[in-house]
Design a protein. Sequence first.
Lengths: 235, 162
Amino acid sequence: MWSSVVDGQVLTFRLMGVNNQNFIMRDEQTGTWWQQVTGEALVGPLAGKRLSPVRFDEVSYAIWSGEHPETLVLEPVPGKVDQYAADDWDESMDVPVPEQRAPPGEWEARRLVVGILADGVAKAYPMDVLGEQTPVADWVGDTPVLIALAADGRSIRAFDRRIDEMVLEMYAKTDVDPPVFIDAQTGSEWNFAGLATAGPLLGRRLESVRPLKDYWFDWKQYHPDTRVYTAGGVR
Amino acid sequence: MKKYTDVAITSLVAVGSVGFWAWTNGRLMPQIAHTADDIAAAHRLFQIVPPLSIALLVVGALLTARSWRRHSGRLFRAASMLPVVVLLIGVVLARGTFVELMFSPVDEARFVTVADAGFLEPEHLVLGVSIAGEAKAYPVAMMTYHHIVNDRLAGEPYVATY
């Protein structure tokens, strides 16, 4: 999700074509082409610019509407409803992966990962590993992160687990959904939106880190130097 | 047979117009990881498509007008209009792309409140945006079709993509 404003101009985006099973967008105002997943201008008058990310969440409707009862919901477009995908389309995707300039290496190409970018470092966390270990506390560059899935195994949140100068060690409370975390330092309780709801840090909020759910081959394509998180250890 | 020469040429021009559009789109279709050079070359080709489609329409229209002056007959004139219609379609196609026809991005999205969102199950995934106390949810299953929603929230313009 990207801000439409580049150099003070509001752009309207259209679909142009496909690169590596990811869309190329064209803006109507300048004719520049943009890679959807990276926000990078590939070619055209604005080549080399980047779109600014707009913070968004990929979570279940139950969690989102619970946190934002006033939310508006995109209405199905009449006549298009039978074109919409099944809700679990990404897990059942069986289209062959595109031919790669460089093979994706470590993992199976269509493994779903959560990609995190911080301090110029990219790191990929397999969804299945996150599902078993949630929440995962780790470092990406110099940023201590917390990556968590809800009980559905699909709703994702990621945070910077620093409050003031303190790096929090976080644990999940068992059998609650949406998840609740407790930090080891103060015993405060944190909800799935990153807000402390009880304890000494009540009212404090963890800063969000942008998680991107992607297929491994796609993440690797755009972040060739990505680090990978493995269940047995980190490298 | 001479009577149909202009119609035949116009037909070829029409096939060329739509064919060039399709071929240009094809440059960005095989779902491979394109190189930057491939993408730059495709970008140059796409610059040509709309003006070329209009130029070919003008050529076809002139040829057809000439054939109308030289020959009459209701059947002949109806037949001679067919390639012109294809050329018009070419002009319309040139304004967009194949993937856009396939997926139809949304510019004028309509939204409902939670009370009216019965079409959505609690466990369905959404992309949620929250700006300045306002919130919008885009069901993932719908976004996998539209891919692009040009939208605003709290006055901030953004593009919701998937």
